[in-house]
Write a protein that binds this ligand. Structure first.
Ligand code: TYD
Length: 140
């Protein structure tokens, strides 16, 4: 996915079940709302105000990023175009394809960033240096 574009990344509406005065349930299912087979779930929490996370790209990994609580911004970058999404609804997910540099910031207090990922953790799938990322994209 060296030639992927930020326009390949989209907001996905999750299933929402509303119970009067009892709150809500949102559901993600492989192959239905999640357009890949999720093998891993992880979440970021207790991120101090002003801190940013991410700042890396992935070679193979697909992810669905959800603000399960609170809000934060996700900036996507394909080496040519940048797009920033504000995630602030627990029933929406941002689908991020491989080959995209992402940075997460502006975390609200108490926010939880839930991530569904298409693969198990693999440190070799990361590109952590921005210049290396640009080279990777140009060689596509
Ligand atoms: P990292 O991906 O660098 O965090 P972020 O990019 O969101 O700022 O991960 C931080 C640490 O957690 C790093 O030591 C690797 C470890 N980690 C795992 O062991 N498994 C995982 O699935 C993830 C996402 C991270």
């Amino acid at each position: 996915m060296k030639n992927s574009k930020v326009y390949d990344c989209t907001m996905v509406e999750l299933d929402r079940h509303h119970s009067n005065r009892k709150g809500n349930i949102s559901v993600m299912e492989n192959g239905k709302t999640v357009p890949f087979q999720a093998k891993r779930l992880y979440y970021l929490y207790d991120v101090p105000g002003g801190e940013s996370r991410g700042a890396h790209g992935h070679k193979q990994l697909y992810q669905l990023i959800i603000a399960a609580s609170g809000s934060f911004s996700v900036t996507l970058d394909d080496g040519e175009v940048k797009r920033t999404f504000l995630l602030n609804r627990p029933y929406q997910g941002l689908m991020v394809v491989p080959g995209i540099w992402r940075t997460l910031d502006d975390f609200s207090s108490g926010s939880v960033c839930l991530v569904l990922a298409s693969e198990q953790y693999d440190a070799d799938d990361y590109i952590r240096n921005y210049d290396e990322f640009l080279k990777y994209k140009k060689n596509g």
